[in-house]
Ligand binder design. Sequence first.
Ligand SMILES: [Fe+2]
Ligand SMILES: [Fe+2]
Length: 163
Amino acid sequence: MATDPKKDLIRILQNAHAGEVAAAYAYRGHWKSLKDSPEKTRIREIEAEEWDHRRRVGEWLEKLNAKPRPLREKVFWTIGRTLGATCFLSGWFMPMYFAGRLESQNSLEYEDAAAFAYELEMHDCVEDLLDMARVEIEHEVFFHETVAGHRLLPIMSRVFGWS
Ligand SMILES: [Fe+2]
Ligand SMILES: [Fe+2]
């Protein structure tokens, strides 16, 4: 099967563009549900980093003559708003755990995108995507450290495969 790295890159960027809006709103709800603490400050910063990713991904889509997919944007906007709202209800552990798990997937997604950009010889894009992958790993490490030692972690990692 012939592969088309440009199509693949655009698809990942469209997914990431929508994913980042969900992440940003989910984190907004999350930090707003926390009491003043270093955790709250860090998650607020992470929200800002997700908006920054979304802007950068949008710029690469434009350079590739592509656009975000409107339906996907709407679906993920709704997911983010819903998750953000439920952080007030779902307790402390679950949002932290699923954030960490999501971040681990995000970094892989940006690494895959960077490989396609490399095939297209878009070297600035490769660098930018790898920088975003690096930031996602920082996010993952933060959530990993935050949930470490929690009594629910062993069972959750057995079921959902991240710890
Ligand atoms: Fe991000
Ligand atoms: Fe992130």
